[in-house]
Write a protein that binds this ligand. Sequence first.
Ligand code: SF4
Length: 193
Amino acid sequence: MRKLLMHACCAPCYIYIENDLRNNGLLMEDGTYEKVDYTALFYNPNIHPKVEYERRKNTFDEFCKKQECKYDIIDEYDLNGYVKYVVENVGENKKYNNRCKYCYYMRLKKVFEYAKENNFDIISTTLTISPYQNHEIIKEVGKELEKEFNIEFIYVDYRNHFREGQRMAREFGLYMQKYCGCVFSIDNGKWGY
Ligand code: SF4
């Protein structure tokens, strides 16, 4: 059985996917399921503020413990590094024209590094259950990293199950955030993505 490393942005996005992985396996790009040995990895160092980061991290930790599923947490917090990078490298005629592209790259690169060190065969991410994320860019970044690390990246469009996942999260009693995560997704008290 192949080993899957699932990047987890948060427990509410993971709950539906964990259930699907447990009962059916990983939904492949051709629509078939493959039974996999799965582990979830939390790595989201740019969630703002720190208290929100801790809350999402602890919710994920408690969820995985209750579900008795395999998981790990890279507990690194780097708001300053993230903001400095975005200010210097994101914008017109800069390395990235979109801060989310850098954010996906920065998080998924760490996940690929972890997968390489720990002999995983496949990588995917819970980001793709959210209709608020940019799926084309996630797929593009995942496929770039696939080539760089020689580990398969599977893009799964879970968006049709977003509402069901939210319902499951509410029933489970998970803390559910109102915005994507970074400081830029909180704009004058408006929560967004
Ligand atoms: S809005 Fe979300 S995906 Fe985009 S940069 Fe912020 S945290 Fe990352």
